[in-house]
Ligand binder design. Structure first.
Ligand code: GTP
Ligand code: SPV
Ligand code: MN
Length: 592
C-alpha cells in the first residue's frame, strides 16, 4: 500500500518533483545544510530550543504561560509591505490596476540577484504543507523553502505540515512552490513576488507574517484566487463561523473584513448575557475557500490550521475565547513584557516593563506592544473550535457578510437585493487602513471584498467570476454589509461591537430563514424598527438612530466616487456592476 510505503520512505524520496526543485534551489542559494521538515512534535521542540539558544526566541513565564515564547522582529519588518508585493503575470492587464505588476522575466532577474548565495552559512528548510484538511478534495498543497526556523515553527502551527503533506503532494502531483529567504532584512532588498501562471512565489528580505509565511496570504489568497478562477471556486479573506440559534438550527456564515477589522473577533464571539441559548463555533478566522456544491449551495473550508491574530485589544472582555486560546503553546511576535515576564499589549490588564523592541518601556516611545503585534496558535486550542472545521466537505454557507472600518456613512447593517447586487456591495467596501500593512493608518481606501492586497488578478475579472459563481448556485447565500466602527461627532464608537455583534447576526439569520421583514431602503434591505434585539444593550436610542442613518447627500457622493473607481477597470469591468450602481443611484435620488 502506498501510504505504508510512504511511512517508511525517507522524506526526500516521497515526491520526486519536490526533490528536483529543492536541488535546484540548493544550487542557487548555497545553504550549509538542507533539512526536510517532518512536522513531528519532537522536531518542533528541537527547532524552538535552537532558536532560544541563539537568542532569536525568548522563553516567557512558563508557570503562567506554559509553552509560550516571544519573537522580536527587526523594527523595520513588522507588517505586510503592499508596495513591495507584486503579481507577475505575462500580461500586465491580467494583474490589473489593483496589483503592482512586473514582467516575469524582469522580476526573476531581480530576484536571482538577491537569492544567489543568500543561504550561505544558513540551513535551508524544506516545509511541505497542506492548506485545508488532508482528506479534503478542496485542499491544495505547497512547499515552502525557507532559511528561517521561526517561519518553520509558524508554518507548523498554521498549516498541516510535514510528512503528511508530502504524501498528499505525491498523490496530487502539483504543489505551489514558495521560495523564501529573510535575506538581509533590508527593506531596499525586499520583494514579495507571485507568478500565478506557474503557481510559484518568491519572497525575500522579510521574516514577518504575510510576507514570509507563504501558505497564508501568498498561497491561500493570491495564488489560490487565480487557481479558483480557473477551477470555478472562490478564495477569500473571510472568517467562517457557525451559529446555532436557540431554536436549534445551525447556520454557517462567511464574513470578509479588511485586515485588523474584526474577523478573528467575530469568529470567536461570545453571546451577550441577554441572548442565552446561542452556541457559536469557529471554523476559521482569516481565509475561506468556497466551492459550489452539487446541491446548489456554496460550501466552505478553512485552509488554515491556526491563527496569526492581532494581539492588541485582546482581553477577557473583548474576546475571552482568544484570550484563553493563547494562554499556552503560543508564539507571540512583537508584544511587550510585564515584570513577571508575561506577554503584554495595549488592552491587557497589568503593566508593561519592556517594550516590543526590548527597551525599558517609556510611553514617549509609543505603544508598548507594536500595534500589529500578533500571536500564532493552533486552532485546536480554541475552546469553541468547530469539529466540522476538519470535515473534508466543509460547511454550507447561509450568508456572506462584507464590512469595513468606516467612521461615517456606512450603516450598521443592510442586505443586498440579489447576488448580483451583493457583488456590487462587496465591490463597494472601503475601509480605514490599519497597522497590518506598513504605511499610513486611518485613511479610507477602497478595499473590494477586503481583498485589495490579496486578489491575485484583475479585479474586473474577479467580479465577473463572482457573478458567474453566484449565477450557477440554486441556493446562493444572501449577501449583507455591516459596519461595527461608525463613530459619533466626538469620535466615540456608536456600536459596542464584539459579542454584541451577535444581535446583528441574529437578524441576518432571521432573514436567511425568511422570518424577518425588512425596510426597502436605497442601499438595500434594512432592519425594521425594533427588529434588532437591543435588550440589555447600553446604547441610547439616538446612538442607534445615528448608527442606522443613511445620509443621502453623502451617499450620492460615495456612489459617484465608486463609479469612477469601478470605471478604472475599463473593459474588464462587468457591465452588471454599473447597472446595479445606477439602480442604487436612482433609489438615492428618489429618497432625497
Ligand atoms: P487580520 O488578522 O489582520 O486579518 O485581522 P482581523 O480582521 O482578524 O481583526 P481582529 O479580529 O484581530 O481585530 C482587529 C482589531 O479590531 C482588534 O484590536 C480588535 O480589538 C478590534 N475589533 C474587533 N472587533 C471589533 C468590534 O466589533 N468593534 C470594535 N470597536 N473593535 C473591534
Ligand atoms: C492580514 O494582514 O490580513 C493578516 C496578517 O491576517 S498577515 O498574515 O501578516 O497578512
Ligand atoms: Mn487577514
Amino acid at each position: 500500500m502506498a501510504t505504508a510505503l510512504h511511512t517508511l520512505a525517507p522524506l526526500s524520496e516521497i515526491a520526486r518533483n519536490v526533490v528536483d526543485w529543492v536541488e535546484q534551489v540548493r544550487g542557487q542559494t548555497q545553504p550549509d545544510r538542507v533539512y526536510w521538515c517532518d512536522g513531528s512534535r519532537a522536531e518542533f521542540q528541537r527547532l524552538r530550543r535552537e532558536l532560544v539558544s541563539r537568542g532569536e526566541l525568548k522563553e516567557l513565564n512558563q508557570s503562567t504561560f506554559p509553552g509560550c515564547y516571544l519573537s522580536r522582529s527587526a523594527p523595520s519588518d513588522v507588517a505586510r509591505v503592499e508596495h513591495l508585493t507584486y503579481v507577475c503575470t505575462r500580461s500586465k492587464e491580467d494583474a490589473g490596476p489593483n496589483n503592482n505588476w512586473m514582467d516575469p522575466a524582469e522580476a526573476k532577474a531581480k530576484l536571482a540577484a538577491l537569492f544567489n548565495g543568500c543561504m550561505r552559512g544558513r540551513t535551508l528548510y524544506v516545509v511541505p504543507y497542506c492548506m485545508g484538511p488532508l482528506d479534503s478534495p478542496y485542499s491544495r498543497c505547497g512547499v515552502e523553502i525557507t532559511d528561517s526556523a521561526y517561519v518553520v515553527l509558524n508554518m507548523a502551527i498554521m498549516t498541516r505540515m510535514g510528512r503528511v503533506a508530502l504524501e498528499r503532494i505525491a498523490t496530487d502531483g502539483v504543489f505551489v512552490r514558495g521560495l523564501h529567504s529573510t535575506g538581509d532584512l533590508n527593506p531596499e532588498r525586499r520583494f514579495i513576488m507571485h507568478f500565478p501562471e506557474e503557481l510559484s512565489i518568491q519572497s525575500i528580505g522579510s521574516g514577518y507574517g504575510g510576507n514570509a509565511l507563504l501558505g497564508k496570504k501568498c498561497h491561500a489568497l493570491r495564488i489560490a484566487s487565480w487557481q479558483a478562477r480557473e477551477e470555478g471556486w472562490l478564495a477569500e479573506h473571510m472568517l467562517l463561523v457557525g451559529l446555532q440559534s436557540p431554536r436549534g438550527e445551525t447556520h454557517y456564515i462567511a464574513a470578509a473584513f479588511p485586515s485588523a477589522c474584526g474577523k478573528t473577533n467575530l469568529s470567536m464571539l461570545i453571546p451577550p448575557e441577554s441572548m442565552p441559548g446561542w452556541k457559536i463555533s469557529t471554523i476559521g478566522d482569516d481565509i475561506a475557500w468556497l466551492q459550489p456544491g452539487v446541491d446548489g449551495r456554496l460550501w466552505a473550508i478553512n485552509p488554515e490550521a491556526g491563527y496569526f491574530g492581532v494581539a492588541p485589544g485582546t482581553n477577557a472582555k473583548t474576546n475571552r475565547n482568544a484570550y484563553e486560546t493563547i494562554r499556552h503553546d503560543t508564539i507571540f511576535t512583537n508584544v511587550a513584557l510585564t515584570a513577571d515576564n508575561e506577554p503584554w499589549w495595549e488592552g491587557r490588564e497589568g503593566h508593561p516593563v519592556i517594550d516590543w523592541q526590548g527597551r525599558p518601556y517609556d510611553p514617549a516611545n509609543g505603544p508598548a506592544a507594536h500595534p500589529n503585534a500578533r500571536f500564532t496558535v493552533a486552532a485546536s486550542q480554541n475552546p469553541i473550535y468547530a469539529k466540522v472545521a476538519e470535515d473534508p466537505r466543509g460547511v454550507p454557507i447561509s450568508a456572506i457578510i462584507f464590512g469595513g472600518r468606516r467612521r461615517s456613512l456606512a450603516p450598521l447593517v443592510y442586505e443586498a437585493r440579489s447576488w448580483q447586487h451583493g457583488v456590487l456591495v462587496g465591490a463597494s467596501v472601503a475601509s480605514e487602513t490599519t497597522a497590518a500593512a506598513t504605511g499610513q493608518v486611518g485613511v479610507v481606501r477602497r478595499d473590494p471584498m477586503a481583498m485589495k492586497p490579496f486578489c491575485g488578478y484583475n479585479y474586473g475579472d474577479y467580479w465577473d467570476h463572482w457573478l458567474r459563481v453566484g449565477a450557477a448556485l440554486t441556493h446562493a447565500p444572501r449577501i449583507f454589509h455591516v459596519n461595527w466602527f461608525r463613530q459619533n461627532a466626538a469620535g466615540k464608537f456608536l456600536w459596542p461591537g464584539f459579542g454584541e455583534n451577535l444581535r446583528v447576526l441574529a437578524w441576518i439569520i432571521e432573514r436567511c430563514e425568511g422570518r424577518a421583514g425588512a425596510l426597502d431602503a436605497p442601499l438595500g434591505y434594512m432592519p425594521l424598527p425594533g427588529a434588532i434585539d437591543t435588550r440589555g444593550l447600553e446604547a441610547s436610542a439616538e446612538a442607534l438612530a445615528e448608527l442606522n442613518a443613511v445620509p443621502v447627500a453623502g451617499w450620492r457622493e460615495e456612489v459617484g466616487q465608486l463609479r469612477q473607481y469601478l470605471q478604472g477597470f475599463g473593459t474588464r469591468l462587468p457591465p452588471a456592476l454599473l447597472s446595479e450602481l445606477a439602480e442604487v443611484e436612482q433609489r438615492l435620488a428618489r429618497a432625497s
